[in-house]
Write a protein of this length. Sequence first.
Lengths: 359, 266, 286
Amino acid sequence: MTKPFLSIRAVRKTFGAFVAVHDVTIDVPKGEFLTFLGPSGSGKSTTLYAIAGFQDPSSGDVLLEDKSLLSVPSHKRNIGMVFQRYTLFPHLSVAENVAFPLRVRHRPDAEVKRKVADMLSLVRLENFADRFPGALSGGQQQRVALARALAYDPPILLMDEPLSALDKKLRQEIQAEIRRIHRETGVTILYVTHDQEEALHLSDRIALFKEGRIEQIGTGEDLYVRPASEFVAGFIGNSNFLPAEHLETAAGAATVRLADGSIVTGLTAAEPFSKGQKVRLMVRPEALSLTPGPASAALAVDIVDTAFFGDRRRVVARTPGGDEIDVRPTSDTIDPAGATAGSGQRIFFDPAAAFLFPA
Amino acid sequence: MLLDYNRLGWLRVALAGFTMLVAAFLLLPVVFIVLLSFGSSRWLAFPPPGWTLKWYQQLFADPAWIDAALTSAKIAAMSAILAVVIGLFASFALVRGEFRGRQVLRGLLLTPMVLPVVVFAIAAYAFFLRIGLAGTTVGFVIAHTVLALPFAIIPITAALEGFDKSIEDAAIVCGASPLQARLRITLPSIRIGIFSAAIFSFLASWDEVVVAIFMASPTLQTLPVKIWGSLRADLSPVVAAASSLLVGLTLCLMIVTALLRRKLSR
Amino acid sequence: MHGNSLRRGSIAGLPAGSGGALPALVLVGLFFVVPVVALLLRSVTDPEPGLQNYAALFGSGTYVRVFLNTFLVAAVVTAVTIVVAFPVAWMLAIMPPAFGSIVFGIIILSMWTNLLTRTYAWMVLLQRTGVINRTLMGMGITQEPLPLINNLTGVTIGMVYIMLPFMILPLVGTLRAIDPMTLRAAALCGATPFQAFRRILLPLSLPGIAAGGLMVFVMSLGYFVTPALLGGTSNMMLAEMIAQTVQSLLNWGLGSAAAFVLLVVTMALYVLQLRLVGGKRPAGGL
């Protein structure tokens, strides 16, 4: 990792007796796209607001290039921000909205004009300069907000759930836009969302928040493939959990007994378990298949339902213990026509792709 | 940040300080009048050289003050009842009716609130002189009902607009007659609006000076007319005593309003 | 009997749902519209048909001065009211309700207290030997009592006192409707508090200021009681002049003409105010 550009040091925020953020520490290198992901109330927005200067942390520090930001008022922090609600200035035209940060900095008119034109072409709204925010769609307003936030070349751009007010199609469109702009400008982006797909799609790294703490930080792939906890596994991607009992761990490979008595071996354990400890086995739906592979573990199930989704098929299975299992075999591992509802069938997975978490 | 109470910094101190000053400015005359009414100085010196109840004794010993207060109460009560009843019917038409010119009608019925009272005062005075109602209780009540009507219509229409008519329809589907549905479902639901209408239209008449000055006769005076006459003559502390009682009445009304609202909105 | 059948006939002919408005319409029509129209007719018929009353009104320096003075007082009162009300409304819009409700209580108390009582209090406070002059002299700020009553100062103080609630309460609504995030966005964009105020907060509250200001202006134009008691003879306002012309001089023609002028100005501004309140797009401060 390169030298930290923005450094969040043990930031803590309490509201009365409630601790919203527990000593969060993150280093962000220049140019990174870092996403704060988590359910609502997990402290991700509060952390972002501390960086923006809307709320002072109760303790801890926020450093930008080794200088503390905390004593700097918001208007001198030189940070760009895009909000959930678009927060455009309703009495100013699109061009004047984008020009606002430059005008308050007393930049010369010619520069303002040029910069506004650049920004509007960056977000592809050249033809909307004279419109008022009220006459724009939600997606257009959010693009204006993006242009306004980037107009003064801030080193950091904060985005607080910027897509949550938009419908699905627009969300995807603007996501692509944000990726392109991040690529073209190289700005460091801190992005808050509760949508894991959005986080996976956009980010270099994801910090997953839970109850005011960072549960895991890493690339999307890290979080998906190597989840540090059941919470991470459950929050990122889809997953199946099966109750099991830990028997032994030898050379990093754990062996468990499932509820139906079958033994599975060669599993990855998130932490050391004792013999006989109750654990939960997690396996991703797409790691399951209906045909055995070279080193497969097998589960005896009833197939309850199958559904066809075009690029894949979804199979719902149930273990004898009553746990429902979501199976989404990728097309190359299954003959799509092969799955039919019925009892006494088997599904397979590679134990290396499964994880054990404490119950 | 200018709208974040916790992030205003020194500006918050300045704004809060200014707000307290203005609150003091608004409260000062009211408190002052009450204090002076207990002061012993004939010339309203402040701080008073001593404390006394004699202005209240003089007030209650003077039948003219008592008469004026009773007249005011009577006229205000009648005007308020009329305004609320007429306003209630009008509000149903204004909110529920489907006819052209509804907005024009609303504008017309609210005009007495907007037109300078002095214009209505001399107009009503001339008109009532001609039809023989000047200086009569009936004339007073009619003129004050006209002035109070907008204060009844505004809260009732507001309450009615906030009431979901489908609830009334549901009652009718359940077998209630349209009249029963209105009496038993709709009226109780908009009672806060009706209650506000009663308070406001009562105050509109009780405090009304300008029409009253023109309409009053030597034998029929309302309290504001009596105060007006005393003010023009001299600044007697008896007026301070009467004023303090009015302040007391206002406070009672505010408390009753707050309590009833809390109870009704439950 | 005749009236009864006429009424019934008209109800049958009335459009759906309008029947309930009939009593109100009769009341306002008969005892408001008819008297006011009759009064206005009087301005062109009393003492004889013609426009001589209007000629007298606009031809006399005395009356023109009353007009000008009325506008002056209303304008001064409106300006002072706006300047005083805005910070209070601002604070009330954002402060915690526990403190705010006390201030709201004081505003309501002041607003509901009898108009004459409030004016009387100011007469006592502002008189030559009143508390304010004694305090100022006691503190050595002035040697002689200041003339605070029977002049523009007295009227302004008394009127501002009465108008403040009418400005503060709607402004609180306007300010509460502004998203605080908009101001945060302005700050992050680099706007100093002053720039954010001048370029964002003020323009966004301008529709409320304009609507409230117009209302205060209209009410001040036609005000009678407070100017009559706190103002001086040299700066009489229109309402007082109308009352005096009719009551003391018994000149109904002239009084009616003046009343008509007041009515036209008031109604025109009222319609303008309705437009402002009804308008969707903020008027803008560009």
